[in-house]
Write a protein of this length. Structure first.
Length: 214
């Protein structure tokens, strides 16, 4: 997705833990920045307080599916049920169905996308990978993200407890964006600005460059 407006979307995947998710939320709050959080069903059920904080502080809550599995390897009926369950779980927790879906590990094919659409969600991948999952250190994450971002970018971060470098990278990244006049927004805000949706037409441009380990 591209736009003439200087806006980008920070997105975070969460599958387990509470220390890093809370720390990321603290950094975003301090910076006055908004983001979109893709959460797995088991994590959301185990951490309803953090889920509510995400919403209360103005962030977007989205689905990362029910289990950390590559859905492209499963039969159609299993894929549909996995995704429907993730919608039910977040709806029960928040009273609101998620607008966006990101397949676990970026595993995407026509059936996965069809199942997400059938559940009322837009499928979103990313076009800038922070590589925070490889634990390269906060400085590397900052350099990588800042050097690759463009107007309309969707940036992938991970905020499970194994991603210990992520929180310390957030503040300098947002500071650099502000110095360049770039605003961080949620995915709905990015869509409103660009006038397009990061779904079928953009999927190939947002395909993961590396596998995302759980």
């Amino acid at each position: 997705m591209t736009t003439d407006k200087s806006v980008i979307a920070l997105t975070f995947n969460i599958t387990w833990g509470e220390n890093v998710p809370v720390s990321v939320l603290d950094r975003l709050k301090q910076a006055g920045a908004k983001a979109t959080f893709f959460v797995s069903t088991p994590w959301a059920k185990a951490h309803p307080d953090i889920v509510q904080r995400i919403l209360k502080e103005g962030h977007e809550l989205a689905s990362l599916g029910s289990r950390p599995v590559d859905l492209t390897r499963y039969p159609r009926e299993v894929v549909f049920e996995e995704i429907k369950e993730s919608v039910r779980a977040l709806d029960e927790l928040t009273g609101k169905k998620p607008m966006f879906f990101r397949p676990p590990n970026g595993g995407l094919d026509d059936i996965v996308m069809e199942a997400a659409t059938d559940s009322g969600m837009v499928t979103v991948l990313w076009n800038v990978d922070s590589h925070d999952w490889s634990l390269p250190g906060p400085d590397y994450i900052v350099r990588r993200v800042v050097s690759r971002v463009k107007p309309g970018s969707i940036i992938l971060f991970n905020a499970s407890d194994s991603n210990r470098d992520t929180p310390d990278a957030i503040t300098p990244i947002i500071r650099s964006f502000k110095e360049k006049g770039i605003e961080t927004v949620t995915l709905p805000e990015l869509i409103n600005v660009s006038g397009t949706t990061p779904a079928t037409g953009d999927a190939s441009r947002m395909a993961p460059s590396e596998p995302q380990p759980w």
